[in-house]
Design a protein. Structure first.
Length: 580
């Protein structure tokens, strides 16, 4: 346990040291400067949240020089460590994170520190795109087609969504992919993505191919999106490509974009069922009101957007009344919370290399590959996915990942680290791509500074436990393949579920005991429930929500590309509605 405890102490010391070095933020030159906002000022549009979605919306709207936009962000400019791909583990649980944790349900997350899930959310320009893991996946085409069916609105089908998935993107190093894959990508969008060029994954991919899995050069070009593949990353020229860098970087010289940092929106101002502005509180204690001539756009994320709506009187009537909040619209805000529930396993593989090259801060810290698997080939879309990372002997990176990012207990984290003392290891995160379980976000207080209560609902649906148990049984068959047998590969014993009688019982128990998050929260202000299919809040004029909370369901993949697509599409819907 000493190594795990020391890792947390080291990370905290590094976070403090980096903060002290950045009294003048060295990244600020890449973004718009702050503007002066006075009480009573008005703008055409107010965008709440400068994160993944808000950066897109503010940038796209201000492409029209006749439109003025106020973008309000609770955090500041991203720190220098956010730019280096290998340093992402330093950002979790820092001042650049909202530090929201789930409520202990007594069942899941019991091997995480405090028996709660650390629900990392970026508190800086770029939001979570400035601290997430940078893996780039679009999801399966059927995910978007299902949205269209649920909403009875064809514009959300993959046919149209793909246009925006390509619009946002520039694929660099195109010679690494075949022409048919390149055709599925954009070549002049604000977000640069690139293929990981490390070749160490080849032996692992061959092992899964031996099991009968399809190996694809790019999961984003596969239809259906099923198979094993090396990753595309939102990393270009050695640096993280956040939405802030891609979109606000393009807008940094626009006089019609007003940026207010270290400023939190505490309430949406609503008059006669119409949003007219917002109330803002600054880090230095100043409070003011600003007004929107056209509309207010909330892009605060799947946890903070429902919190703001509920504080403003939009949400479940009984819940709001219990806090003495006047109800403006009785809507299921905060319900329908979805996340990609998962659990980690560690496999010891080959002996360590004689020499290990020094870590490159400009690369993702470990070679990686992903799998999207249809269980027993029973469906044409994936049932589960795996993120697989290879770590060298004595890797401090795996310790930081386990103890700070996933927040596994010191005992579990120490067990994982001990496994690297004499062997390379593969750290695998296996999760369900379309879970049936649902959680909820509720107010904890009427004080806007207090984080909401988050009930993840993880594995609350029995079908999810059954499916993930069978998924683990399917995945570990790889230990019987030629390569894994040749290195005498073995599963690391985490010390849980000792009383299980069968393999199925073991994995049912293990998935719940080791349950964690992939940080893919969505659905809490879903279209079809809280919003119409144009992202308008039902029953309240001039108010939209444009972020992951608007998703009716998750996508089968990392959420970021789908969120960016939704924001690009949302910006176009807004421009069309206002003729701009």
């Amino acid at each position: 346990m000493a190594d795990a405890a020391a890792a947390i102490s080291t990370i905290q010391s590094m976070q403090i040291a980096l903060q002290l070095l950045q009294t003048i933020t060295p990244t600020a030159w890449q973004y718009p400067p702050q503007c002066s906002v006075q009480d009573g000022d008005s703008f055409d549009f107010i965008v709440v949240g400068g994160g993944s979605s808000g950066s897109v919306v503010a940038s796209r709207l201000t492409e029209n020089e006749d439109v003025n936009v106020l973008l309000i962000e609770a955090g500041g400019y991203p720190p220098i460590e956010s730019e280096y791909p290998a340093w992402f583990t330093l950002l979790a649980r820092s001042v650049y994170d909202y530090n929201i944790t789930s409520t202990d349900d007594g069942k899941t997350a019991q091997n995480l520190q405090g028996k709660v899930v650390t629900l990392n959310q970026g508190k800086m320009l770029g939001g979570s795109s400035s601290l997430h893991h940078m893996m780039h996946t679009n999801g399966d085409p059927e995910d978007y087609n299902e949205w269209a069916r649920m909403l009875n609105d064809d514009k959300w089908s993959f046919k149209y969504a793909q246009e925006y998935l390509k619009k946002m993107e520039t694929l660099i190093d195109q010679d690494l992919l075949p022409p048919e894959d390149i055709a599925c990508h954009g070549t002049d969008g604000p977000l640069e993505v690139a293929k990981d060029t490390r070749t160490t994954n080849e032996k692992y991919l061959k092992a899964f191919e031996e099991l009968g899995h399809k190996i694809v050069s790019d999961i984003n070009a596969a239809t259906p999106a099923v198979g094993y593949t090396e990753n595309l990353f939102e990393i270009a020229n050695g640096f993280r490509q956040s939405s802030a860098l891609g979109y606000l970087g393009r807008a940094r010289n626009r006089p019609n974009l007003c940026l207010a940092l270290s400023s939190s929106v505490t309430k949406i101002l609503i008059e006669d069922q119409k949003a007219v502005g917002v109330q803002v509180s600054t880090a230095n204690g100043k409070t003011y009101k600003v007004y929107a001539d056209n509309e207010v756009i909330v892009s605060a994320g799947a946890i903070n957007s429902p919190k703001l709506l509920m504080l403003s009187g939009i949400g479940p009537k009984k819940h709001l009344e219990s806090f003495g909040i006047d109800v403006v619209a009785d809507l299921p805000v905060g319900q329908n919370l979805q996340d990609h529930a998962c659990a980690a396993i560690v496999v010891k593989t080959d002996k360590c290399d004689a020499t290990t090259p020094a870590a490159n801060p400009h690369q993702f810290p470990a070679p990686s590959f992903n799998g999207y698997v249809s269980l027993d080939n029973s469906t044409t879309t994936a049932d589960y996915d795996t993120i697989n990372l290879e770590f060298q002997c004595g890797s401090s990176d795996i310790l930081q990942l386990s103890v700070n990012m996933f927040s596994y207990s010191y005992d579990v984290s120490q067990t994982i680290f001990e496994a690297t003392k004499d062997r390379k290891v593969i750290f695998t995160l296996l999760g369900l791509v379309m879970p049936k379980s649902r959680g909820q976000v509720l107010l904890a207080s009427t004080d806007p500074a207090v984080n909401p209560q988050v009930y993840t609902g993880m594995f609350s649906n029995e079908d999810d436990i059954d499916l993930i148990a069978r998924a683990f049984m399917d995945h570990v068959k790889v230990l019987d393949t030629t390569y894994f047998k040749s290195v005498n590969a073995s599963l690391v014993d985490m010390g849980v579920c000792k009383d299980a009688k069968t393999e199925y019982e073991f994995w049912r128990c293990y998935a719940v005991a080791m349950s964690a998050t992939m940080w893919h929260y969505g659905g809490t202000c879903a279209m079809g429930k809280v919003l119409d299919s144009d992202l308008n809040v039902l029953g309240v004029d001039s108010l939209r929500v444009v972020d992951a909370s608007a998703m009716p369901t998750l996508i089968r993949g990392k959420l970021y590309a789908g969120v960016m697509m939704l924001a690009e599409y949302g910006a176009d819907i807004i421009r069309k509605d206002w003729g701009i």
